[in-house]
Design a protein around this ligand. Structure first.
Ligand code: SAM
Ligand code: SF4
Length: 335
């Protein structure tokens, strides 16, 4: 771990929330086509020239770290399909003040890449896993890449990329009958299964509000396996997320819920996002974006642009007021 820079002034937005966590999208492309994220034919991809190079991303983080940025997550699209991802990880790892680098991935390439990613400096991974049944994975991810959730999670753990978190988007009538099976994984493995409420982003062509399963219902189903108790604050798995964590007595893993639809955590939001083409988004759900690629390529200092973006960070989002499909897919904004 690198020492934090001395006297770094905390970056705060207009509501006093300190911003120390940046999610970096390295590509908008993906080798999956999850039904809640992308249409089968893909999306209009960004031109390659618009995408920040690894050196440009590292330069941006170098300028933000002295302002208090401490934690990073590399995401996409699917980050592992961008060539030589380890080059970026090594560049980021060398930046003073950066304490933690996580990766969000669909996991298909983790068995082959996990050890190299760990060696380059990734601390831990979140893996998207919406079914434990291969035939159902095919229906949800719409690609056959030899994906098996247990194998991928075990490979990540063996590579030292724990605590492994499994992100499950729960969809009524599609995979909600697997809540108990996913929850049972935590009885045998030190894995953290996080159930995510489906959000009305992207095109969601075949999905509707009826597919959203509220987290209370998910927890009620998980508690049919055995009684669940809240994990005391500060003793849950390391991370930056807004999840509430629970545990079965004696279980090595935990169960979490991420509830963008039924509860907001805007009051404690500590994150901003960098899109693959270099725009800073201060809220996942709005249109607030500030271009950093222009100033970066012009050799200008980024701090004024970053402070301007933070000054405009909205107090909270209101997803329930939005139309299904009214927002861009998470793959396009660095979900
Ligand atoms: N490809 C990587 C992955 O799947 O983990 C990283 C990018 S993906 C956009 C990040 C996360 O967003 C995944 O956990 C995915 O399940 C979630 N996600 C995408 N679209 C979503 C939606 N409509 N509702 C809820 N979660 C969604
Ligand atoms: Fe790809 Fe992740 Fe979107 Fe699935 S959720 S299509 S894996 S970017």
């Amino acid at each position: 771990m690198n020492a934090p820079p001395m006297n770094a002034p905390a970056l705060r937005d207009q509501f006093g929330r300190s911003i120390e966590y940046l999610r970096i999208s390295v590509t908008d492309r993906c080798n999956f086509r999850c039904i809640y994220c992308m249409p089968q034919e893909g999306l209009p991809w960004l031109p390659k020239a618009d995408i920040l190079s690894y050196e440009e991303i590292a330069e941006l983080v170098r300028q933000l770290a002295p302002l208090g940025l401490r934690r990073l997550r590399i995401t996409g699209g699917e980050p592992t399909i961008r060539p030589q991802l380890t080059t970026l990880v090594s560049l980021l790892r060398a930046i003073p003040g950066i304490e933690d680098i996580a990766l969000s991935t669909n996991g298909a390439r983790l068995p082959e890449m996990g050890a190299a990613l760990k060696a380059a400096g990734i601390d831990r991974v979140n893996i998207s896993a919406d079914s434990l049944r291969p035939e159902r994975v095919l229906k949800i991810a719409r690609r056959d890449l030899g994906f098996d959730t247990r194998t991928v999670a075990a490979a990540a753990e063996a590579a030292g990329l724990g605590p492994v978190k499994l992100n499950v988007v729960v969809m009524r009538g599609i995979n909600d009958d697997e809540v108990e099976d996913f929850a049972r994984l935590t009885l045998d493995h030190p894995w953290h299964v996080r159930f995510i409420e489906l959000m009305p982003v992207g095109e969601l062509r075949s999905l509707t509000w009826d597919h959203v399963v509220p987290s209370e219902e998910v927890l009620e189903r998980a508690s049919r396996v055995a009684p669940l108790a809240d994990v005391a604050a500060g003793t849950g798995p390391r991370g930056n997320g807004p999840a509430r964590y629970l545990r079965y007595a004696g279980a090595p893993g935990t169960i979490g819920v991420i509830t963008p639809m039924t509860h907001t955590y805007c009051g404690s939001c500590n994150r901003v996002r960098l899109t693959a083409d270099g725009r800073l988004r201060t809220c996942l759900y709005g249109d607030h974006e500030v271009d950093l690629r222009g100033p970066l390529r012009a050799g200008e200092p980024l701090e004024p642009h970053f402070r301007r973006a933070l000054a405009e960070k909205p107090r909270e989002h209101d997803l329930l007021q939005m139309q299904v499909g009214g927002l861009r897919a998470l793959s396009q904004v660095g979900g």
